[in-house]
Design a protein around this ligand. Structure first.
Ligand code: WQD
Length: 339
């Protein structure tokens, strides 16, 4: 079966391509290489022994999207990662985010409507919850006004899919709300490739440890948490990738009760920034140079998933730990810096 993965050379996309190939799917990748490297294809191939079909394509150009689907009308399912994802950047460049994250979704949905098999997995985010009133966070937690244009594009994206499913019963879709994806494939053939100064915690930790960054700033030590630092649900990217395969199989086997469903993907465990640092120091044997500074604008205090629906309905649960993720992130950092 042929599966289209948009943004398939990105961090989560590439790990999902590996798991799809491991399950015997034929994968076609679309990526515009705006935030990824063509070398990722070699990494995927080194792991699975199967070189995925790749087409460099800007999904913002509707005619190109139409041409692609004319050539690939045998697609059985689509996993849609392609989007810009830097929260801070989205505040500075809102129209770039709305064009790149929304227009592309609309063009792909217009084309999937012409296919025989209309199975669609959407890459969403726990950011839609903002600071949830209750923890752990269930899928029924209210979606709050987005704190950034990026978060808004995920909320709007889900609404667009829901509205389309309402008028097209052939379209079967699942939105997967990720908590904090971290780590890398244990082979160190693929991993996170942040451009410029990392915005996310774990790549900043590994770049500090390897000497690329002077010191990690811990954003806030006065939060109402056990050690004063922010709490997040750090999920290993390989566990996250496997969830996409399970969700796709659910749609292919028509097990979904309704044609639009949402699942939180997390470990169900919250870890503070200091706990994440301690985990890294334990698995790397390195002492991390960090200092506690002021809070970062827009950060929530705590977010971690209620995983019951993913475990019991989707039939997926995480298998890897925070230590596993930190060890894989460190191995990957050393690999790409040839250390
Ligand atoms: C995690 C924790 C920071 C950097 C974002 C997006 C979310 C998703 C994942 C795309 C927080 C602290 C961080 C640093 C720090 N992205 N931190 N020093 O903000 O939870 O989620 O990335 O889908 O949509 O919002 O992730 O890794 O930036 O922060 O102290 O240099 O680490 O305050 O507590 P976040 P993060």
């Amino acid at each position: 079966m042929k599966i289209l993965v948009t943004g398939g050379l990105g961090f989560i996309g590439s790990h999902t391509v590996v798991e799809l190939q491991n399950e015997g799917f034929e994968v076609v990748i679309i990526d515009d290489l705006s935030n990824s490297s063509i070398d990722v294809i070699d990494g995927i191939t080194a792991i699975t022994g199967i070189k995925p079909h790749f087409e460099q394509l800007d999904l913002k150009i509707r005619s190109k999207v139409e041409d692609f689907f004319k050539a690939h009308n045998d697609i059985a399912g689509i996993i849609h990662f392609a989007a810009s994802k830097a929260v801070g950047e989205s505040v500075q460049k809102p129209l770039m985010y709305y064009e790149n994250n929304i227009n592309t979704l609309v063009y792909v949905l217009k084309e999937i409507g012409k296919l025989q098999h209309q199975n669609f997995i959407f890459s969403s985010s726990c950011t839609v919850y903002g600071q949830a009133d209750e923890l752990p966070i269930t899928e029924n937690a209210p979606v709050k006004p987005a704190e950034s244009p990026y978060g808004n594009t995920k909320q709007i994206g889900e609404e667009i899919i829901k509205d389309t499913c309402r008028v097209n019963s052939e379209l079967n879709s699942i939105a997967l709300r990720y908590f904090n994806p971290i780590g890398a494939h244990p082979s160190a053939q693929i991993g996170e490739l942040p451009k410029g100064v990392p915005q996310n915690l774990v790549p900043f930790i590994t770049q500090t440890a390897i000497g690329l960054r002077e010191q990690l700033s811990v954003f806030g030590g006065d939060y109402p948490t056990q050690d004063g630092t922010g709490i997040r649900d750090y999920i290993h990217v390989v566990d996250l990738a496997k969830a996409h395969v399970v969700a796709l199989q659910r749609l292919l086997q028509r097990k979904n009760e309704s044609n639009f469903q949402v699942f939180n993907l997390g470990t169900g465990k919250g870890s503070s920034v200091l706990e994440a640092i301690q985990s890294f120091e334990k698995v790397s044997g390195r002492k991390l140079n960090y200092k506690i500074v002021d809070r970062r604008e827009g950060d929530v205090v705590a977010a971690y998933a209620d995983t019951n629906k993913a475990n019991d309905v989707l039939g997926w649960r995480t298998e890897l730990t925070l230590d596993d993720a930190m060890a894989s992130a460190w191995k990957w950092e050393q690999k790409i810096r040839n250390v």
